[in-house]
Ligand binder design. Structure first.
Ligand code: GLU
Length: 460
């Protein structure tokens, strides 16, 4: 029996954790778990100028948030690329010893000049046969063989590259540090990686990396390059232009399950019903079914998914999820009692405070437009006076409060929506808010009547 596959996710901690990276991680996670394999987390932290430890922590935390965690038996890591610098250089030396690589002392300016003189672009392998010894300032280059390189890709099928257009690329810089392409291959090799699933932007590196695998005497892994995510203008999602940080979505009140479900639907369809639990998607996800075109990261759709997931929660679960979004000084009540009534409307957890804030202050701010509109009709003041009178003695539950209002509105021959307007603005200061009769019930008779009477007084 073949050994269990080993997948890996290899982020570079050069910024907040990108949603595209999260999707790649989920793909690897699903495949590792379904096949009984391993998911290796390798932090590619060799770019000292651009890496920060807090970004590494951010990645690990964000992965745990979407359910990819070190507690799972399929998880291995995190491993740090910087710990393996010795192995990267050893591999480079071996390639040199065995004639797969050579030293070159041409500066970028010299290369440019010569290319110009010869009417070519890039480096023409000019130091290949000079037999230069290693020395400070000299780069080590890979001798790209003639012919073609075919990359077998599970998403794209076979992709053929003409080696003639791939220049003898650098493996070790003049200052003695290995380049990304080499470090990435050596790590995959020594970590026993069998499957590389990553973003499309790495496809151009792949023929070079495959040459390195072969030169180092190994079968290359199975490759898969997943199409990029794009924004509404069909431009690649970028951290400068778009909201791409997974952490930011978490902080804005998106649920992890909704995020995971939505990310999985980008470029892949889980079936007729798009809302699916992870357990189902983990079983059905196949790289072969991933769409080749760029996937549109649609914030509206993500938000709609989030609303669906919010509605699936029990009131207790929703309360717990919202609590961190409420100001610390607010008590659990009355929000806890209002949860079932605001659940239907919440699209993100961060919207929770604004649905009930009027309950947490004695005198909510009044929106003048809402106020003027509610009190413009002739019936508004007499009706509100009737409501105050009736509400002073009726039973205090939302059904009774509603039927009482309905009886009163008949006198004025208006519909419920209009009849509620003045009561609502008296209570909340606004024209929109949670269901009125439920809000009244939760606020209680005394406070509700106090606010309605204050409104009548204000009108004079
Ligand atoms: N560190 C690379 C990146 O974050 C990933 C390389 C790979 O997956 O092979 O883009």
């Amino acid at each position: 029996m073949a050994d269990a596959p080993r997948y890996r996710f290899a982020p570079s901690p050069t910024g907040m954790f990108h949603v595209g990276g999260a999707r790649t991680a989920l793909h690897n996670w699903a495949l590792a778990r379904r096949t009984g394999g391993t998911f290796v987390l390798r932090i590619e932290d060799t770019d000292e100028a651009r890496n920060r430890p807090e970004w590494t922590e951010g990645i690990i935390e964000a992965l745990a948030w979407i359910g990819i965690s070190a507690d799972d038996p399929h998880f291995e890591g995190p491993l740090y690329q910087s710990h393996y610098a010795g192995a990267h250089l050893e591999a480079a030396e071996r390639l040199y010893r065995e004639g797969f690589a050579y030293y070159c002392d041409m500066t970028p300016e010299q290369i440019q000049e010569r290319a110009k003189a010869e009417g070519t672009t890039g480096y023409g392998g000019w130091s290949r046969d000079l037999g230069l010894e290693p020395a400070p300032g000299r780069v080590l280059r890979f001798k790209v063989p003639m012919g073609t390189t075919v990359v077998h890709d599970q998403v794209r099928g076979d992709v053929e590259f003409d080696n003639g257009v791939i220049e003898d690329f650098v493996l070790v810089r003049g200052n003695g540090t290995p380049v990304f392409i080499l470090a990435n291959v050596v790590d995959d090799m020594s970590m026993g990686i069998t499957n590389v699933v990553r973003a499309e932007e790495h496809l151009p590196n792949t023929p070079k990396q495959q040459m390195l695998w072969t030169a180092l005497g190994h079968e290359p892994p199975v490759w898969a390059h997943v199409p990029v995510l794009v924004n509404e203008q069909r431009k690649k999602l970028s951290k400068r232009r778009d909201k791409v940080a997974l952490e930011q979505y978490r902080d804005e009140g998106y649920l992890a399950d909704a995020m995971v479900n939505y990310l999985m639907t980008l470029g892949w369809s889980p079936g007729e019903e798009e809302i699916q639990p992870w357990s189902a998607m983990e079983e059905t996800f196949r790289l072969e079914d991933v769409n080749l075109s760029p996937a549109f990261f649609d914030l509206k759709k993500l938000t709609a998914f989030n609303g669906e997931y919010i509605r699936k929660l029990s009131p207790d679960e929703l309360f717990d999820a919202c609590r961190p979004f409420l100001p610390d000084e607010w008590g659990d009540e009355p929000f806890r009692s209002m949860v079932p009534y605001v659940q239907e409307r919440l699209k993100t957890l961060a919207e929770a405070p604004s649905t009930v804030d009027f309950m947490y202050v004695a005198d909510p701010e009044i929106d003048d437009d809402a106020w003027n509109k509610a009190f413009a009709p002739d019936y508004a003041v007499p009706l509100l006076s009737d409501v105050v009178e009736a509400y002073a003695t009726c039973d205090w539950d939302h059904a009774t409060l509603k039927s009482t209002m309905e009886q009163l509105m008949e006198r004025y021959e208006i519909k419920l929506g209009k009849a509620q307007a003045a009561t609502r603005v008296a209570l909340t200061g606004r024209s929109v808010g949670p269901p009125l009769f439920e809000a009244l019930e939760v606020m209680g008779r005394d406070e509700s009547l106090r606010r309605m009477r204050a409104a009548l007084e204000r009108i004079g």
